[in-house]
Write a protein that binds this ligand. Structure first.
Ligand SMILES: N[C@@H](Cc1c[nH]c[nH+]1)C(=O)O
Length: 424
């Protein structure tokens, strides 16, 4: 019998799931502190509708399914931002700003090799309704605070402005296809190909000089100021970068910022400030986002927006690698009731759970010693044994396999304080 799973998917063990869930919980708690509200989006979209907001390349990698009733082609969600834009467009009452967050997988085909999965777990936010730089800065601040909450503070935010490329595109008057080729050269930092690309075009000297040097433009705020004096044709876009830097300074985050003009983004829906988040000594970005002021208009309405998403499995991989994950999934009490009638077990369990404790019951017949051993091996902090001697009102509370205390049931239950720790 074949019990395999497809190459592009994987199961996460209970220990792995706990680690991932702990990361997610801390991040989404941070989102909530900034007043973002959760929204649950469907796995399926109509291909035609999802396509409106996404690049051909991404749609090409999406998983398609046929609606068996109507014959319509559906696809599995390939991007949350396009879904949110579609959803927002459908709202009758669009009171602004809207602050949404989401958690779930996006699905895109990749050659299933090693850790390449078809399913990518993301959690992210979208801030809809403001074209102010303050909105772009808020999104970056939320991302930064979320990372600090999970114990990552050596991150770097690579910021860029898509407007620079839009100006070049208009200036060069190139087709979509040529533009994609051009952006590919920039992304792969292929200076030789960039030179070749513009060699047959009539380009002013300073613009030409800018283009062939794009891959090298990586640095701090001085770089942006310098570019601004050298290349007036992109000054407005650079002024935005200076503006966002100044707000991030107020947030105390300017030390995290690097400008990387040679790093364009994956989605063509971006229209302004874009960014990627990296951590030192880890090759993959752990989050990315940016402004998408014309995406919503592809569906209905015309509202500016910005947002970002974390790649949770990249964060998890990094945290494992750096031993930043220390928490274990502990449970509080394991109740073993040796009496034929289990009423005391049910009563004690109920009260402890009401006070916020995690309580499990031993429901397997085996020698007491083995049950106790099982409990500590399986991360219960304490074991309660009922009916160990003839005094029905007393219980034994084990804190290790050997050490225990005898307590009167009612006294124990009266004294026990509600559990307070949040993530344990
Ligand atoms: N959807 C983008 C991230 C993003 C959210 N909002 C804006 N951008 C991604 O998956 O990379």
């Amino acid at each position: 019998m074949n019990i395999d799973i497809p190459a592009g998917v994987r199961t996460f063990s209970r220990a792995e799931t706990f680690q991932i869930k702990t990361i997610l919980r801390k991040i989404t708690d941070t989102f909530e502190k900034w007043a973002y509200e959760e929204i649950k989006l469907p796995y399926f979209e109509y291909l035609d509708v999802h396509k409106k907001g996404l690049d051909e390349e991404i749609i090409g990698k999406s998983f398609k399914i046929v609606d068996r009733n109507t014959g319509d082609i559906l696809c599995l969600r390939a991007d949350f931002t396009a879904q949110i834009a579609r959803y927002f467009s459908s709202l009758k009452k669009k009171n602004l700003p809207k602050r949404y967050y989401y958690t779930g997988s996006i699905f895109r085909y990749v050659q299933p090799k090693g850790e390449n999965l078809w399913e990518r777990l993301q959690t992210g936010i979208e801030l809809i309704g403001s074209s102010r730089l303050e909105a772009d800065a808020e999104v970056i601040a939320v991302a930064s605070q979320s990372l600090m909450e999970i114990g990552i503070d050596n991150f770097q935010i690579d910021i860029n402005n898509t407007k620079i490329f839009n100006i070049l595109r208009e200036y060069l008057k190139i087709s979509d296809k040529e533009y994609r080729e051009f952006m590919g050269f920039i992304k792969r930092r292929e200076i030789f190909n960039l030179k070749r690309f513009i060699s047959d075009k009539k380009v002013e000297k300073d613009i030409l000089d800018f283009i062939v040097n794009i891959p090298k433009f990586q640095g701090g705020i001085e770089l942006i100021k310098d570019l601004s004096s050298k290349y007036p044709f992109i000054r407005d876009a650079l002024t935005e970068l200076e503006g966002i830097y100044s707000i991030l300074q107020d947030y105390g985050l300017s030390k995290k910022v690097v400008f990387d003009i040679g790093e364009p983004k994956e989605f063509s829906y971006y229209t302004g400030i874009v960014f990627e988040i990296f951590v030192k000594e880890f090759p993959k970005p752990i989050g990315q986002g940016g402004r998408y002021d014309s995406l919503i208009s592809k569906y209905n309405g015309n509202v500016p927006a910005t947002g970002f998403a974390f790649d949770i499995l990249n964060i998890w991989d990094y945290m494992k690698e750096k031993a930043l994950i220390t928490q274990q999934n502990y449970k509080d009490y394991f109740i073993i009731d040796l009496t034929p009638d289990k009423k005391n077990a049910y009563r004690i369990g109920k009260i402890l759970r009401e006070k916020g404790y995690k309580v499990g019951r031993d429901i397997i017949d085996r020698p007491l010693k083995e049950s106790i051993k099982f409990a500590f091996e399986n991360r219960y902090r304490k074991v309660i044994v009922i009916g160990l001697d003839s005094n029905e009102k007393e219980i034994y509370i084990y804190s290790t396999e050997e050490e225990f205390e005898r307590k009167n049931i009612n006294e124990f239950l009266e004294k026990i304080a509600p559990k307070s720790a949040k993530y344990t």
